[in-house]
Design a protein around this ligand. Structure first.
Ligand SMILES: Cc1cc2nc3c(=O)[nH]c(=O)nc-3n(C[C@H](O)[C@H](O)[C@H](O)COP(=O)(O)OP(=O)(O)OC[C@H]3O[C@@H](n4cnc5c(N)ncnc54)[C@H](O)[C@@H]3O)c2cc1C
Ligand code: FES
Ligand code: FES
Length: 469
């Protein structure tokens, strides 16, 4: 059962709406605080609330979380700042989307006292309205101000509630219903043991992919393994060489850390889904979902991405850990090079060297909250050109694409062909090589011919940018 359904049917809180049930419209937005498992209770510690879509989040995974719905925003007869702003700006008509907008704006106010237009648009990326028009809603977002008395963290961070949440995250959880078992262990050992003893099990991350599949009635395995209570999987490590993220680290956190480690990747993640999705979805989920159009994959393929996996064959003995380079991970459409019973525990990638030019590109029908038709990742290191020539010289190149084959792909031939003095002719010949070496499928996002032309085009654009300096 999804959280939105539970709120409406079991808790009687029907302010939260279900419209698309796919994470696209934001009508089901709630605020969630979830203490990091393994965190010790500190007196005075406050919950930190973030917006999320409740229609694609399983209710079982909310154990230990504190959820605030639109019903929790008003104080007595006094509307919250977001509710008041929506009202005075006439930003609601049929009202079905309104609770979601209120909660998205309230999530913004938990972090920022007020917003400029760019911030407002970003925080509203995950919310759709079909009747009012966006101008009054954006106006509401620009006029709203955070106030201390309406701060959700200050209102709801009751010491007992925080302590109770932390205690809940310390214990493994097992839920069985209708022949389906969901197990959330508190240790990695329990996780890999369960995986070994339940052939056909599936890991359930934040369920931003899986939740959509569940809502569409796609068959699910009888054993689901949730890693949300395993403390070590929340770790982020940054070094001079790069960054490593545990399987439970969210894309919002990855984006924040990448600002230093891989700034182009951080920038690119602005185009990934919406705040509601990024606040919960994991980088490892994007990798393990193994979609040829997973947006992070071309970058990881050129940035020395490596996944670290763990298993416990037969459910006995020590945990066996190994690493797989991202370039070796995808064997075929949605097929990973994991052994039965293995799970991904971490992913790492290299820091972008300052001398490298790295660009990431996503082509989709809409700029925001859309899935790529084609994506590309390009990186070159430049040396000095031949004496007397001003053209830059490419000393090494890395190129990867999504959306042009059954898996995301590196292009070693094109990389080799790009090395040498960079000229318009070389760029053109590599663009032809790329177009000629792929045979993309046609689907709702674009025809095979469109994808081939687009793959060449985005490379050409990158090449010309480097050429112009
Ligand atoms: C509205 C919306 C917008 C989206 N926008 C984008 C977008 O712009 N770009 C994009 O690329 N994707 C997008 N997605 C897809 C999705 O959000 C991402 O793929 C996300 O990273 C999945 O992470 P998750 O933790 O929710 O994974 P889940 O849905 O929980 O799992 C995804 C898959 O990974 C497997 N898995 C998860 N963790 C592990 C593990 N530790 N070990 C082994 N297997 C594991 C699961 O079994 C499942 O098969 C969007 C989804 C929605 C609903
Ligand atoms: S109902 Fe549309 S995002 Fe949840
Ligand atoms: S006011 Fe009707 S959908 Fe937004």
């Amino acid at each position: 059962m999804m959280l939105a359904e539970w709120l409406r049917k079991e808790a009687g809180l029907s302010g939260t709406k279900i419209v698309c049930a796919e994470g696209d419209c934001g009508a089901c937005t709630v605020l969630r605080a979830f203490p990091r498992p393994g965190a010790a209770f500190v007196a005075g510690a406050a919950f930190e609330y973030e917006a999320m879509n409740s229609c694609i989040a399983t209710v079982a995974q909310m154990d230990g979380a504190h959820i605030v719905t639109v019903e929790g925003m008003q104080r007595g007869n006094e509307l919250s700042p977001a509710q008041h702003a929506m009202r005075v700006c006439h930003a609601s008509q049929c009202g079905y989307c309104t609770p979601g907008f209120v909660m998205a704006l309230s999530g913004m106010l938990e972090k920022h006292a007020q917003a400029d237009e760019r911030m407002a648009m970003n925080y509203l990326t995950g919310n759709l309205c079909r009747c009012t028009g966006y101008a009054p809603i954006i106006q509401a977002a620009l006029t709203v101000r955070a106030t201390e008395q309406h701060s959700v963290a200050l209102r709801y961070s009751d010491m007992n509630a925080v302590a109770e949440s932390i205690t809940a995250t310390e214990q493994s959880m097992r839920v069985s219903h209708d022949g389906v078992e969901l197990f959330a262990p508190a240790t990695l050992r329990e996780a890999v043991t369960f995986a070994a003893l339940h052939p056909g099990f599936r890991v359930i991350g934040a369920a931003t992919d899986l939740g959509v599949q569940i809502n569409k009635g796609k068959p699910m395995p009888a054993a689901l393994l949730s890693l949300h209570l395993v403390p070590e999987l929340y770790a982020t490590k940054v070094s001079r060489a790069g960054a490593t993220f545990g399987a439970r680290v969210t894309l919002a956190e990855v984006r924040r850390v990448s600002e230093d480690v891989a700034p182009e990747f951080a920038q690119f993640l602005n185009l990934f889904a919406s705040p509601q999705i990024k606040n919960v979805a994991t980088l490892v989920g994007n990798i393990a979902n193994a979609s040829p159009i997973g947006d992070t994959l071309p970058f990881l393929l050129i940035a020395g991405g490596t996944v670290h996996v763990a298993g416990r064959p037969g459910g006995k003995g020590p945990i066996r850990k190994r690493s797989i380079a991202m370039t070796e991970l995808y064997l075929g459409y949605k097929q990973l090079a994991l052994e039965p019973g293995e799970i991904i525990t971490h992913v790492s990638f290299q820091r972008t060297p300052s001398r490298e030019v790295l660009r990431l590109c996503k082509v989709s029908q809409r700029k925001d909250l859309d899935i790529s038709a084609v994506s590309g990742a390009f990186a070159v290191t430049l040396g000095t050109g031949r004496r007397g020539k001003s053209a830059p010289c490419v000393t090494s190149a890395r190129i990867a694409y999504g959306g042009v084959a059954a898996t995301p792909v590196r292009m070693p031939d094109a990389e080799q062909a790009l090395c040498g003095e960079l000229t318009t002719e070389r760029i053109e010949s590599v663009a032809h090589l790329i177009a000629g070496s792929i045979a993309p499928i046609s689907d709702v996002r674009g025809s095979g011919a469109y994808r081939r032309v687009t793959a060449a085009y985005i490379f050409r654009r990158f090449g010309n940018e480097v050429l112009r300096g």
